[in-house]
Design a protein around this ligand. Structure first.
Ligand code: MN
Length: 727
């Protein structure tokens, strides 16, 4: 990492005058000399005179084009704490604005997030309050932290680690939340060096040894992109550079990969004049190089909560395997790098942050901390928010609720109360009625509409985002199904007991009963009833355990009725013959049962499977990891397996989706490649798109996973085929 050039009073004055020609430079000089005098004789851990530190902080702020008060405050920020200077003196010499900032930063400096949990939480709360008073306090504080991180190497090792960790936990995410990406990036890279030195130095080594190769690559690609753009009259500045170390490290950690190839760590940025040119540039790039599906993000139309705007895409074919490209205007670039600091209007000479989301965010946190009396709870919740882009919405009484990004009124209703969620029929957002799947935005005010007759349905699981709402809906559905099953089960059991003249209270005391419990896997009468209701336990199973064989035969002869036959058996007998899956699947403990494949996951032989029983409808076979299976009561689960002894081969109809270039004769070629691996095609459908692509859907008959894999690879190997997937 390049060392920052040495900051002096002169370099700072020069920077400030460049963006604020009318600035009161005399005040700036006065602040410097005042601080220089106050700190005279003090040294930094590096052995340098102390004044170097406040000067560096002032330079960081000047580089962000901050206002004069903030830069004066930077010079003075350590005087009150570390020297004999009193805050009153600062106010007298530099005015109230500067004094308030210095006071705010001084208070923050006393806080440490390295102490006990309790104190950490309390300090965080104080920091939010200080931020809400004047957001510049935190900008000066972040600059102070950056300066300290730059000279961290002079501190003892244990301090390096804890200070770095604190920076990663609190200050870097805060900088990110305020949109100050340049600050965030430098803080994170400095931290990596102390928190994971092995990774840091390895990356530094890779970057430095491949310097020539990398520069050549960057130059080639820059020229290529510039040429392509100029063909379409797009004037642009193209910048290529290595991504920051910490982001490479996070990526490696996320993907569990080792040090990546060189090309993957270089990203390009295209800076153009206006928004129209952004989209034009994107069009040119996508036409010239193949975009990676799913990697395009339009943060211009949908800006991030911290006001970040840019187009993101990843393309293939720029010399490397994948290249990330960001496209934005000069203005967007400035906001992206400086974030909230870009909101200082030097013409009016003041800081205008009224419209900035970050300020609203801080204010909301402030409101919120009043509700959360436990500081730890507050810290935990705020931390979650620091790391994810959550939305904050209000109840009619003004209470703030935090929900994950993309949350709907239904998530909100469950956040209010489980009963409110269960009875939710709709909502008013900012006074307007919206459907249940409406996406909430930060700042929305929500009123839930409930109905006493409403109950949750399985479809709701597709609407909600929050894990709390999901868990509550699942629990409700399972309970309801279970209740219905138990009523049915009780009915079956009561009839059984009556017909065979069995007393339950007597039976309960026998050793047979204990055996029954073990074999049929239930612990209570309730559970037995549920099992009977679902069909997992059959009447036959009970009878054969509790009534001796001879007695049973006598009884049967006497009754001359088939009423004692298992309900399920009866219900399914007629259907059994139709069951295509009947012989392919073995259901544990139950013979002669209707088996069908779940349409959601359509399993084929070789895949691991699980079964769910429904009384009267038999067993449904899902893939073991099917999401639907998750929503089903475990009581209904039944052990199933593929019948390996089957003589007749299984034939399963599977749909395969193929995306390809629209070339003549391709359908014939694809069909041929399917039949060439010995698989029948039941149906084929093809449609073409405007951009000369073709979507084909084949329904094929496969017997097992191997066969399916053969079909897929045969299709993939055809020229012109882009993707093949099972649908
Ligand atoms: Mn300091």
């Amino acid at each position: 990492m390049a060392k920052a050039p040495v900051a002096t009073l002169e370099t700072i004055c020069k920077s400030v005058l460049s963006y604020f020609p009318d600035a009161n430079i005399e005040l700036l000089k006065k602040a410097f000399h005042f601080a220089d005098k106050a700190h005279s004789g003090q040294m930094r851990s590096s052995g340098d005179p102390y004044i170097i530190h406040p000067t560096e902080v002032a330079q960081i702020l000047a580089d962000m084009r901050m206002d004069l008060s903030s830069i004066c405050a930077a010079f003075l920020h350590d005087t009150v704490e570390d020297t004999a200077v009193k805050i009153e003196e600062i106010e007298k010499e530099f005015g109230k604005d500067v004094a308030t900032l210095v006071e705010g930063v001084t208070k923050l400096s006393k806080m440490t997030f390295r102490t006990s949990e309790e104190k950490q939480a309390e300090n965080f709360r104080k920091m939010i309050i200080a931020m809400a008073k004047d957001i510049r306090v935190i900008i000066v504080k972040l600059s102070d932290r950056l300066s300290n991180m730059r000279s961290l190497e002079f501190l003892p090792a244990h301090k390096q680690k804890t200070i770095s960790q604190e920076t990663l936990d609190i200050y870097a995410p805060l900088a990110n939340r305020l949109g100050m990406s340049k600050m965030k990036v430098e803080l994170e890279d400095l931290c990596l060096r102390f928190v994971h030195p092995d990774v840091y130095y390895k990356l530094a080594e890779i970057i430095s040894t491949s310097k020539n190769e990398r520069e050549k690559y960057i130059e080639d690609v820059t020229v290529l992109i510039t040429e392509k753009l100029s063909e379409y009259d797009v004037k642009a500045q193209v910048i290529g550079r290595a991504k920051h170390f910490y982001s490479i490290y996070k990526k490696m950690e996320r993907r569990q990969v080792d040090f990546n190839e060189l090309h993957d760590i270089i990203a390009f940025r295209i800076i153009v004049d206006n928004i129209t040119e952004c989209y034009k540039a994107l069009g040119v790039i996508h036409a010239a190089f193949r975009p990676v599906p799913g990697r395009f993000k339009d943060y211009i139309a949908m800006q991030k909560a911290n006001h970040y705007q840019s187009l993101h895409t990843t393309v293939i074919g720029l010399g490397g395997e994948r290249t990330e490209i960001q496209i934005r205007t000069q203005e967007m670039n400035m906001v992206a790098e400086r974030g909230i600091a870009a909101h200082w209007k030097y013409k009016e000479g003041k800081f205008d942050t009224r419209s900035h989301e970050s300020v609203e965010w801080v204010n909301r946190l402030l409101e919120w901390q009043k509700d959360l009396s436990d500081p730890n709870e507050f810290l935990e919740t705020v931390k979650v928010d620091l790391f994810s882009e959550d939305v904050f919405v209000f109840t009619p009484s003004g209470e703030v609720k935090e929900l994950p990004y993309g949350a709907t009124p239904l998530d909100f209703a469950y956040a209010v109360h489980t009963d409110v969620g269960n009875r939710c029929v709709g909502a008013k957002v900012n006074g307007r009625i919206v459907p249940l799947k409406h996406r909430l935005k930060s700042g929305d005010s929500i009123e839930v509409i409930t109905s006493p007759t409403q109950t949750p349905s399985k479809d709701w699981l597709k609407i909600v985002i929050s894990s709390r709402a999901k868990a509550k809906i699942r629990a409700f559905i399972k309970t309801r199904e279970r209740d219905v099953a138990q009523v049915q089960g009780k009915d079956i059991l009561d009839r059984l007991l009556k017909e065979y003249e069995i007393s339950w209270s007597k039976l309960e005391k026998t050793s047979q009963y204990d055996q029954l419990k073990r074999e049929l896997k239930f612990n209570s009468l309730d559970e037995l009833q549920v099992g009977l209701g679902y069909g997992r336990v059959t009447v036959d199973q009970i009878i054969s355990k509790v009534i001796p064989r001879d007695e049973l035969d006598a009884k049967k002869a006497k009754m001359k009725t088939v009423e004692n036959e298992s309900f399920m058996k009866k219900a399914i007998k007629s259907a059994t013959k139709k069951s295509e899956a009947r012989n392919a699947i073995i259901v544990e403990g139950v013979d002669d049962v209707l088996v069908r494949y779940a349409r959601c996951c359509n399993p084929i032989p070789g895949e691991s499977i699980t079964g769910f029983i429904t009384r009267g409808r038999g067993v449904t076979i899902h893939q073991a990891n099917c999401a639907r299976a998750l929503d089903t009561d475990n009581e209904r689960r039944i052990q199933v397996s593929w019948n390996k002894a089957l003589t007749m081969p299984v034939r399963r109809n599977i749909r395969i989706r193929v995306l390809s270039n629209d070339e003549p004769g391709l359908l014939a070629l694809m069909s041929q490649s399917i039949t060439s691996v010995g698989v029948n095609i039941s149906s084929a459908n093809i449609r073409t798109t405007k951009d000369k692509k073709a979507f084909a859907i084949f329904e094929v008959e496969v017997g097992n996973m191997d066969q399916l894999a053969k079909v897929i690879s045969a299709l993939e190997s055809k020229k012109g085929v882009i993707s093949v997937e099972r649908s």
